[in-house]
Design a protein around this ligand. Sequence first.
Ligand SMILES: [Zn+2]
Length: 458
Amino acid sequence: MPRIERRVAISNVTQYMNQCGRIRGLLSHGLLGLALLSSVGFAAAKMAQQADHRTLQEEAAAFHVSPQRLQESRRYLYGGILWGSVADFWLMAALAWLVLGGHSARLRTWAKKGRGTEPDEISSARTIAIYSFALLTFLLLAELPWSVGLGFFRERAYGFEHRTLTQWCGDWGKSYVVSVIVGVLLIEAAYALARKTGRRWWLWVWAVCAIFALAGTVLEPVVVEPLFNHFTPIQNVALRDRILAMAHRAGVPADNVYEVNRSRQSGHTNAYVTGVLGSQRIVIYDTLLQSETPDEIMFTVGHEIGHYVLHHVWKGYLFGIALLGFFLFIASRIFNALTRNPRYRRRTGIASIADAAALPLILLLLIALAWLAQPIENAFSRWEEHQADAFGLRICPNPVAAVTGFEKDVRTDLIAPDPPRWVEWWFFTHPSDLHRIEYAERYCARHGIEVPPDVRVP
Ligand SMILES: [Zn+2]
């Protein structure tokens, strides 16, 4: 990452620390500590990169890309991690400000619409609905500068974004509506149970979240995704027949392959197998159809079929729910300890877990725990991705295409191929392209398949 970009980021954090002068307490200090830690981390990453004695030219030659493109992919990665982390801390700081400044209690009093100013031992369903609508709107608006900065302007600067700002805002508006409707329903259901269950509230909230997450997994591909994109049967009939034959060999009962017009949004490429409970379908981005060769597409789809056959949707769901249960348990302990303290209760105006004003505190604890647990979540994801790679290599007709496809990721998607170990460990949901290429090359070597010298990564 160029030094200038780093300096801007750090001065932003300093500015933000000054603005937050009024926020005191363990939580906010902890968050700022994390922000500083991540800055130190970036300095370490930069040094690690400099310590590598290979020149940029040599590294670029190894991946068969230009040095400029390799450098650009690294800028895209580190800038994304840095600004993404700042956006995460920003959201946590907004929640801490609501809780510690007593603003959450004020918002709840407003949501009660003149029915007293005392803290609620138990908020009514009406108060919860008004409060959660206002809170979600506040949070989505607080995040908007980051969403538009990272999701639109930065993507456009790197040549990925295809929408106009107006179209982007239209899509943001749609996801705002979906998020608020689902969020208010989820919070209402969770509070309805938490109200009755006292100290064991976290168990019931967990159950509600598990049901909502399951409904989301089933409904998202058929209800939410068509709001943003068109799905049509793939035009290339020869490719469709090859893909379906491969899917049937793997035991996937798909009868059509769909392409989705993701070029409407951006130039990023992808493919996926979606649907549970009878709505299975293979979906390929139109951008992938344009950028990959038929053999590369066969490997990519083989990888996605691997996710399906190995039940990764269900395993990911169960893993996520188990982790959420653990987070809710920890959050409930911290919440109980905090609200037992009379000084804290006076300061925040939060009476109990069934008080609507408690919601930002619970959200803050859950988001902070999820942030800290990123290495665990991502290690699980990388393990699944590696399994899917192994499956794709076994089932695709030409495993060498896996190597050329991964190399192409640097050129088409600006995926930095060889991040430092700790960056991969903390932030990567997929193994780095270098590790994926190495595995594919070992697979080819084991099966006597020759990887041509102009493809092989030394
Ligand atoms: Zn995958």
